[in-house]
Design a binder for this molecule. Structure first.
Ligand SMILES: Nc1nc2c(ncn2[C@@H]2O[C@H](COP(=O)(O)OP(=O)(O)OP(=O)(O)O)[C@@H](O)[C@H]2O)c(=O)[nH]1
Ligand SMILES: [Mg+2]
Length: 461
């Protein structure tokens, strides 16, 4: 399918134990031969199969030795790309790797584009699109749960699920074709009822997959959590407590935090992108004002907002404004500093004022209520659901959109049957649904989309 041989550094740049230059294509071995000298000559009979050969890379022009390496040769079609693959395991450093890469290019390889190895794997039928996409998720996963979902998808779980749905659709289409060919009245009638029932079953399956997608997205991308509140209520203290490190500056001076501080945190396997923000108040201080504006933006970006209040001050106008700001958001209200003798703050009133958001009493200083807070966060995200390792969860926005499209077409098909539309029209909706499923696995996608997806990968993957 491809005539050229590609080459790239497949390990991250920097210092490491080893670094790998990878080539894929029919010329990979010939190129390797030009720049590689095995320690034992007879071991270089690499054409015979998968081998790891010890030796040296040298510059063929000057004869200068570049690095001591292990050269791995994997023979098509049993490779990642289904082409011949050569991996040169060099010492992990920027210079040796760059030099070896340059030598492969000078010897006839072409520099690989981002994701080109995986793209070849896809185009050569080694992986479908959903599997290829799971590779990015796997590389970027931040929690065990995220990793588990990515590996599931890589192994083809989602793809099989989609293939089953497509098969069911094909079965229904066959039934309809039969109907069109033998349009006797009574067959028509019973079949319509059967069709309707089958469509609804299918529709339900698609809806369930879409429902799981929100949870899937959180596991993949992390949940954006903004800590907000007026100055000095203990927002930065809370961030530090959740992170279990002194990340943000804490002082008793109101207006300490002025920039957004963003950190990753893992709560019961859920990755959180947690943001500490500048305290909300009206101020003439130019720097602080910008900070307050950024807090508003952070609230916009957040999936969940933690609004911190202070028993020592009680509820003030600033607090009421903050509640207004998060009216439309998922949130948890935290009454902090309960170790102090504070004002009487009624939880019921707060719930009422915030549209029923959960209210917790905590003391960041003494660590009171922190476990309940973590529990509440998990509860808000998953609604009490815990993912099991065999769950098929859609984690990818693109997949979710394709499912929503399929859902619309199936909905139209259901409507069509109910309205008594001719079955051959209904069949068109089913075919469209089938194609929407195909967008997930890549059986019906445009070249443009494929290019865009793989451009997201890193070079060498
Ligand atoms: N007694 C008591 N003091 C607390 C508690 N949590 C935070 N504080 C104190 O409250 C003060 C302000 O804490 P910060 O975490 O800096 O508050 P902040 O909301 O980030 O303040 P700004 O960044 O200025 O908006 C510090 O002196 C903290 O030690 C608590 O639970 N109890
Ligand atoms: Mg602060």
């Amino acid at each position: 399918m491809f005539t050229d041989t590609i080459s790239a550094i497949s390990t991250p740049t920097g210092e490491g134990g080893i670094g790998i230059v990878r080539m894929s294509g029919s010329d990979a071995v010939n190129i390797a031969r030009k720049i590689f000298q095995p320690k034992k000559k007879r071991e270089w009979a690499v054409r015979t199969g998968n081998r790891l050969v010890y030796g040296y890379v040298f510059d063929p022009e000057s004869g200068v030795m570049i690095d001591e390496v292990l050269l791995g040769y994997m023979k098509a079609p049993y490779t990642y790309t289904r082409e011949d693959v050569v991996e040169i395991n060099c010492h992990g450093g920027i210079r040796p790797l760059k030099k070896v890469l340059e030598l492969t290019l000078a010897a006839g390889a072409r520099l690989a584009e981002p994701g080109e190895f995986s793209k070849r794997a896809f185009l050569n039928g080694r992986l479908d699109l959903a599997q290829a996409e799971s590779i990015i998720d796997l590389v970027r996963s931040r929690t065990d749960a995220g990793l588990c979902l990515a590996v599931n998808q890589l192994s083809g779980r989602l793809s099989r699920e989609i293939a089953l749905l497509q098969q069911e659709l094909l079965g229904l289409l066959a039934l309809i074709e039969a109907n069109i060919d033998f349009p006797e009245e009574d067959i028509e009638k019973t079949s319509r009822q059967e069709l309707l029932a089958s469509f609804r079953v299918l529709l339900k399956k698609v809806e369930d997959l879409i429902l799981g997608a929100e949870t899937g997205r959180v596991y993949r991308e992390g949940l954006g959590v903004a800590i907000i509140g007026k100055p000095n209520v203990g927002k930065s203290s809370l961030l530090n407590a959740l992170l279990r490190e002194k990340r943000a500056i804490v002082t008793d001076i109101p207006g300490t935090t002025r920039d957004i501080i963003e950190e990753m945190l893992n709560i019961q396997g859920i990755p959180l992108k947690i943001m500490d923000t500048a305290g909300l108040r009206h101020t003439e201080d130019v720097v602080e004002k910008i900070g307050v504006e950024q807090t508003g933006e952070a609230v916009g970006r957040a999936d969940l907002v933690l609004l911190v209040l202070d028993v020592a001050t009680g509820i003030t106008d600033e607090d009421l404004e903050a509640m207004e700001l998060i009216k439309e958001k998922k949130g948890i209200i935290l009454i902090n500093k309960i170790d102090l003798n504070g004002k009487n703050v009624s939880e019921d009133k707060l719930r009422e004022k915030t549209g029923g958001k959960p209210v917790l009493r905590i003391s960041v200083k003494e660590g009171t209520g922190m476990e309940d807070l973590e529990k509440s966060i998990v509860e808000m995200v998953l609604g009490g659901k815990v993912i099991s390792s065999d769950a098929v969860l859609v984690t990818n926005v693109r997949h979710k959109q394709a499912l929503e499209k399929a859902k619309r077409f199936l909905g139209d098909a259901v409507e069509g049957i109910i309205r008594g539309a001719p079955v051959d029209l209904v069949a068109i909706d089913l075919r469209s649904a089938w194609e929407s499923f195909g967008e997930i696995t890549g059986s019906s996608v445009t070249e443009d989309l494929v290019n865009r997806i793989f451009a997201d990968f890193c070079v060498g993957k």
